[in-house]
Design a protein around this ligand. Structure first.
Ligand code: ZN
Length: 87
């Protein structure tokens, strides 16, 4: 089954351009840089069934196919922690 993540619409603002997928698991440096640039969001390693699959960078809501699951806390939104990803 083919999934096209670029056409997932935000349940809040219905915008697809602001939606980014969650990446679960141990991120690579490349994925951390992508997360810093807000092109993906890093989920934690928990594989709970109701976990969000996407987040909207505009509304900051996390959601999955069933609907909104919570508020997205972007770990890179605070510019004071930018040295945290400097390897
Ligand atoms: Zn939105």
């Amino acid at each position: 089954m083919k999934q096209n993540y670029t056409h997932v619409n935000c349940p809040e603002c219905t915008n697809a351009q602001t939606v980014i997928p969650f990446y679960y698991g141990l991120p690579t440096i490349d994925q951390i840089l992508k997360a810093k640039a807000s092109s993906i969001a890093l989920g934690n390693s928990g594989l709970w069934p109701e976990r969000p699959t996407h987040t909207c960078t505009s509304c900051l809501v996390e959601f999955n196919l069933k609907g909104i699951t919570g508020e997205w806390i972007n770990p890179f939104s605070n510019s004071s922690n930018k040295e945290a990803v400097a390897a």
